[in-house]
Design a protein around this ligand. Structure first.
Ligand code: B16
Ligand code: MG
Length: 220
């Protein structure tokens, strides 16, 4: 079993700010079908799978759709989203992320990606991080959406380590709940009030450095 502390990173909203693209694409779609969609609703979709996101939007508007129409709208939203994603470059990696990843690699910490997104590998390629993670667990290999801990438990397993040896970075409420449910130490990236269930919370990666994690009190 791996002893060195392992680090698991969410993607959207932690490594890159694709959360804003999800917002724009969902808002366009929701408005098109007559459903109001603001930042407040968007917060509830962070970390949530594409299917569950559309289900939630439809329930807010008391709408039901045929399976075919549901699929068509999901595809439309994803195409819209990918049009934003395809314009991304390394410059879109959030501040402080690259140097923190470099520090972890220099100290031989195992690192994995744990994302709900089915577009994770496309995004990593655009921002040139395809070879950074030892394990990539994304929406194509998980069956249960966050807040279920499956995505992070699979990541820990791939890194050959235990949940209690893992630190998870997350920007979503569902993702923090997933990390906590998996018995991992959770670090919220974002607003402290929104992510109050996190063990620690920072507004971004410039607010802490590698030495902070040398002395961190792990959950278990
Ligand atoms: P896709 P994460 C999540 O990624 C997003 O936060 C969430 O807003 C999105 O609906 C979900 O991925 C599915 O994404 O449509 O690309 O498959 O934050 O877990 O990296
Ligand atoms: Mg996220």
């Amino acid at each position: 079993m791996q002893k060195q502390t392992a680090f698991i990173f969410d993607l959207d909203g932690v490594i890159v700010d694709t959360a804003k693209f999800h917002f724009l694409a969902w808002q366009k779609l929701a408005n098109k079908i007559g459903i109001n969609f603001s930042e407040k609703e968007n917060e509830q979709l962070k970390g949530v799978s594409r299917v569950k996101s559309l289900e939630k939007i439809l329930s807010w508007g008391n709408k039901t759709l045929s399976d075919e129409e549901f699929q068509r709208l999901m595809d439309e939203k994803n195409q819209d989203y990918l049009n934003y994603v395809k314009q991304m470059t390394e410059a879109d990696i959030l501040p402080g992320v690259n140097s923190f990843l470099d520090d972890l690699k220099a100290k031989n910490h195992p690192i994995a990606l744990g994302s709900a997104s089915k577009n994770a590998k496309t995004i990593l390629k655009c921002v040139k991080l395809s070879d950074t993670f030892e394990a990539i667990i994304d929406g194509t290999v998980v069956s249960k959406a966050k807040p279920d801990p499956e995505v992070f438990l699979k990541a820990a397993q791939c890194l050959n380590t235990t949940p209690s040896n893992c630190i998870v970075f997350e920007d979503s409420i569902a993702g923090i709940q997933a990390a906590n449910a998996g018995g991992m130490t959770s670090i919220g990236i974002g607003d402290k009030n929104t992510l109050h269930e996190a063990d620690f919370c920072f507004s971004n990666f410039l607010q802490f450095d590698y030495p902070f994690f040398k002395n961190i009190k792990m959950k278990a």
